[in-house]
Design a protein around this ligand. Structure first.
Ligand code: AMP
Length: 285
């Protein structure tokens, strides 16, 4: 397994991996600080493709002022060891200057699905995501790219970007969403979970539990607003400091809905505990 940090080196390695017969390449974009969730994406990619390329890049443009860009965990050596053990072929680990050379002036902004939820709470976040993921797609030229459902809205933004920019025409790129990997107590795995103190970590398990209870009520016919108000109360009672959103939405369009209808629903939640913002989402109906 090689680690490369310049575009030229990346292009050379990708050409080698492709080889004369055009071997297939799966891309797993990450910000590093890897856990079982990321490694599950790598395993899915290995099953589907001849070679797996993982990118590790803490993308500054998707962090807002006062967010955790500087504190975000960076551990390239440990990440590389985990990726090698999973049979990853190549790590693409550019620095900020390689990704955004002097004079970089372009931006991809996806309207609609990027506007509510984390898009409303974190202005500019999804522009940063869409732009860097579009660059990663053009840098690596994968056959399939793998993303976690943990970041449901991000996945919707990336699918919209790839569709709108004609990246997913037949015989081009496919995007695969992989179900969220959870700890034994149900908490969705996240690189940010390591910010939690022991008490906060214990209380954080209330999030998936309360979401399941709200979903059972909604699936049982209760309207979403009272079920979600109870969910918010449960989180605050467990020690969360605030709830940024707890919303039932159409799973595809992300338009908020008050009750289940024919289409499948998704419960999306963002809540803060201590200084940490946790997000989760689950299927409804
Ligand atoms: P990140 O490093 O947090 O940017 O995540 C990189 C990729 O891993 C994204 O596609 C995430 O959605 C995915 N991911 C993060 N956590 C999980 C998880 N618990 N289960 C599945 N995928 C995840």
């Amino acid at each position: 397994m090689q680690t490369v940090s310049t575009i030229d080196a990346l292009r050379g390695q990708i050409a080698k991996l492709r080889g004369p017969d055009g071997a297939s390449i799966g891309l797993v974009p990450t910000m590093g600080a890897l856990h079982e969730g990321h490694l599950t994406l790598v395993r899915r990619a290995r099953e589907a493709c001849d070679h797996v390329v993982a990118s590790i890049f803490v993308n500054p443009t998707q962090f807002g002022p006062g967010e955790d860009l500087d504190a975000y965990p960076r551990q390239l050596e440990a990440d590389a060891a985990m990726l090698e053990a999973e049979g990853c072929a190549l790590i693409w680990a550019p620095d900020v200057a390689a990704m955004y050379p002097q004079g970089f002036a372009s931006n991809i902004s996806v309207s609609g699905v990027s506007e509510g939820f984390c898009g409303a709470d974190r202005p500019g976040h999804f522009d940063g995501v869409a732009t860097v993921v579009c660059k990663l797609f053009h840098q690596v030229l994968p056959d399939i790219a793998f993303f976690g459902e943990k970041d449901w809205q991000q996945l919707a933004v990336i699918r919209a970007m790839a569709r709108d920019l004609d990246l997913t025409q037949p015989h081009a790129l496919s995007i695969i969403g992989v179900p969220t990997v959870r700890e034994a107590d149900g908490l969705a795995m996240s690189s940010r979970n390591r910010y939690l103190s022991a008490d906060e970590r214990a209380a954080a398990a209330t999030l998936p539990r309360a979401m399941k209870e709200a979903i059972a009520k909604i699936e049982g016919g209760e309207q979403a607003p009272p079920a979600l108000a109870a969910l918010e109360q449960q989180l605050i009672g467990a020690g969360f400091s605030s709830v940024d959103y707890a919303t039932l939405a159409d799973a595809a369009s992300l338009a908020p809905i008050e009750a289940l209808s024919g289409a499948s629903g998704r419960l999306l939640v963002a809540a803060r505990i201590g200084g940490t913002r946790l997000i989760d989402n689950m299927a409804v109906g």
